[in-house]
Design a protein around this ligand. Structure first.
Ligand SMILES: [Zn+2]
Ligand SMILES: [Zn+2]
Length: 364
């Protein structure tokens, strides 16, 4: 069927609104009418550095909408269901079977293969890559898969739900699942975008203290204090290790990096308490290298670990996040600014200038 899509044409270039022909659902596919989709840094990262993902492409991986058609083997959802579309996983590999689908053995081909697993784009006609995160939801319709989908309760607007699919889930999951910060533990969060601020909110849910955000933009530091940060540090104001140590003299138990800035993470080794853990969450430019101070790491029992999607199992974790939101304990809706879908390039410009934290595009 004919759909409208925002097509990534070339690195650094604006998205182009185009009419594409979306093929009919295969037996394992679900067609969703997209009502809202979040903009995540990974969309722009892939557009601007499309290693292994051929442009032109339809990106977008925080879709929310209404199931419109299902393939013959689909049983989890039916037309009319309200759904959130998260990342794709196989469901049968050892990591999926133990509740870690973000580390699915098929994660790369299923989410970044540029087409269906059997080959070929789900767009007909001229070549346009599809199946980004198993959805390509910068479009009015998307083909996706049962394991991407989480059903949404009727009282959750699509515009609020969308960022749960990646950004909020990643930030909150990093604290609540991956690092599994204990109540009373101390944490530094680096970077006050959607992922970092979601980590701050989750740290408050978990009862961490202190919760320190390092972020250069004053408005975001102010917002972080409202959302649960106990302290904020402006990295432009001077060396950060003494600033952290002034708050936590023995260092902090956890550092969660949402910035992907190598120099910012490098400094984090000097924030850590004994047996402290650094979680790498923000994606740096390809090929970035961190220098591990081996003697410190050994002497103080430090760890560094990478975290994808907050170690989330969306089927389990998204309902938990929705419950926290409903209880007023995870007010991530405060991060969201909505734009009409056809203003995607204006929205990206606003976000680049730091005027908005989380862009959600609306299809209606
Ligand atoms: Zn798997
Ligand atoms: Zn994302």
């Amino acid at each position: 069927m004919k759909i409208q899509a925002a097509v990534a044409e070339a690195p650094g270039a604006d998205f182009q609104m185009r009419t594409l022909e979306l093929s009919e659902p295969q037996p394992d596919e679900v067609r969703v009418q997209i009502k809202a989709v979040g903009l995540c840094h990974t969309d722009l990262g892939v557009r601007d550095n499309p290693v292994g993902f051929l442009l032109p492409a339809v990106l977008g991986h925080e879709g929310a909408g209404i199931v419109e058609a299902v393939g013959a083997s689909v049983t989890k959802v039916s037309p009319g269901d309200r759904v959130l579309i998260s990342f794709r996983s196989c469901g049968v590999c050892p990591n999926c079977e133990t509740g870690q689908p973000a580390y699915c053995r098929q994660l790369l081909p299923m989410n970044f293969g540029g087409g269906r697993m059997g080959g070929g784009s789900s767009f007909e006609g001229e070549p346009v890559s599809s199946n980004f995160f198993g959805q390509s939801s910068f479009a009015t319709r998307a083909l996706t898969y049962e394991r991407n989908l989480v059903k949404l309760p009727p009282d959750v607007p699509f515009s609020v739900a969308a960022p749960l699919a990646c950004g909020v889930q990643t930030g909150a999951g990093s604290v609540l699942r991956a690092l599994d910060c204990a109540p009373g533990s101390s944490i530094v969060v680096i970077g006050g975008g959607t992922v970092g601020l979601s980590a701050v909110m989750a740290a408050k849910v978990r009862g961490c203290d202190p919760i320190i955000l390092i972020e250069p933009m004053a408005e975001r530091r102010t917002l972080a204090l409202e959302l649960g940060a106990t302290h904020v540090i402006d990295p432009a104001a001077g060396e950060t290790p003494p600033a952290v140590r002034a708050i936590a003299p023995f260092g902090v138990d956890f550092v969660m990096d949402a910035s992907g800035v190598v120099a910012a993470v490098q400094a984090a080794f000097f924030y850590l308490a004994t047996r402290g853990v650094i979680g790498l969450v923000g994606v740096p430019p390809g090929g970035s290298q961190l220098q591990l101070p081996m003697d410190l790491a050994i002497t103080f029992g430090m760890s560094v670990r990478g975290v994808i999607e907050g170690d989330s199992d969306p089927e389990i974790f998204i309902p938990e996040l929705l419950a926290l939101h409903k209880a007023g304990r995870l007010p991530f809706d405060r991060l969201i600014t909505t734009f009409p879908f056809d203003q995607i390039n204006e929205a990206i410009a606003q976000q680049a200038m730091g005027r908005v934290v989380k862009v959600v595009l609306l299809m209606d």
